[in-house]
Design a protein around this ligand. Sequence first.
Ligand code: GLN
Length: 535
Amino acid sequence: MSNSTKYVFVTGGVTSSLGKGIISASLAKLLQARGYSTTIQKLDPYINIDPGTLNPYEHGECFVTDDGAETDLDLGHYERFLNVPTSQANNVTTGRIYQSVIDKERRGAFLGKTVQVIPHITDEIKERIQILGNKGDYDIVITEIGGTVGDIESLPYVEAVRQMKWEFDEDCIVIHLTLVPYLAAAGELKTKPTQHSVKQLLELGVQPDILCCRTEHELGLDLRRKIAKFCNVNMNAVIESRDASTIYDVPLLMQTEELDKVVLEKLHLTTKSSPDLSSWKSFLKRLKEPKQEVSIGLIGKYVELKDSYKSISESFIHGGVANEVKVNVKWIHSEEITSQTAEELLGSLDGVLVAPGFGSRGISGKIETVRFARESKIPFLGICLGMQCAVIEFARNVLGLPEAHTTEIVDSCKSPVISMMSEQKNISNMGGTMRLGAYDCQLMTGSHVSNAYQKDKISERHRHRYEFNNDYLSQFEENGMIATGKNPNSGLVEVVEIADHPWFVGAQFHPEYKSTVANPHPLFVAFIRAALKNK
Ligand code: GLN
């Protein structure tokens, strides 16, 4: 069967956390830089429909796409590397696969047949993989299979890959990412875990075409030869993947190893043009040679698990590079901040960011942080719950409404300055029912935000249930907190600023989801610039 789209599968062996997402994104970057339109998809073997209902401690940040899909954080890496938006089709979970098959069964779509893992679940998986290819927009679809080969959960996915390799023949290859550990006592790199992991794939009928070997030390020729021989791959298809000082180095490391060239050869695509990575390289140079430093506090309740704020910390990297500064992010637990500790914890910072979040834990520390930033005139960026805290703080301490709150925390509070939208009130299902995805926003000319964006009409991604309560808007504006961004259709407040402050911005949307290497987010760039000025 021939198909104009080529499929590359990325599987993982030996252990989790080898960085399949970064390898996939780096390969995609190299292929894109050679002129191939490429997209990346993640298949997640868990039964949740999407990670939207998962605690960040379980699975890190939930990344949101323009079309409102709540997805795996790897999609954030794909967008940051490729500068191309992803969509719901780029992230599929076992839950979604089963839900779709069970819905079809209820509709009678299987005509009385027994519905089974093979072929029905595997067919559904194959269909989801090909949705992206069939759109005709992509030359190459890279599909990353979550989890580790050998897990019970991954079996149907590996079987779907086996079938696709059989059906698509030369249009389909498998890259297996493994670990080559260093045994200090023996003073040696060990290939046995890789051999076993490839054997496990072979038992499932899949011969990997390329092995990407994570290692802390150089893979010598002898080791490459040994791995090639025991795992039935060409010598040039044994790719070394060394630990890097930044994830943004990985595309260049993979280029040195010629991963892109081997992939293209195996897919029978031309390797004539060489990748144009000039702007990527200039980003890296500026990243590694900053002219100054600033220190910015990130105040959140999951700070011990930095993956929970992945897109925010990457946005600081992009925005820092745009300003030629290194942003030292100080991760501060919101539960530690009180009126007594605020000065000590926040006093030396050049700027503070109050993070998004849900629920009551740590919220008083976030509100206290806003007070400190407002009164001390430290540049402030509040995102989603961070913006809502800014509104609550202003209501309590400037408008003199001591019982101001969000109805998320105190349902019957006396001054509900943040409250639920009427269309949210009758919702009982928690999954996928927030205000999600891209919405337009009209900015006020001359505001900090419109100066940052250099335009007045923007579109940003949302993920929340509660909103600024417009019943209070005039009271806020009369006292100096201005709505400088509004949804042009619904009139909902999207951005607030304090007039009498060097740089104080609260955004109901999530700018961090749209920051990429090629396009550092304007709000982060402006926030870092303000922090630099405050230094
Ligand atoms: N919990 C708040 C809401 O649902 C804010 C959500 C967020 O910060 N992403 O409106």
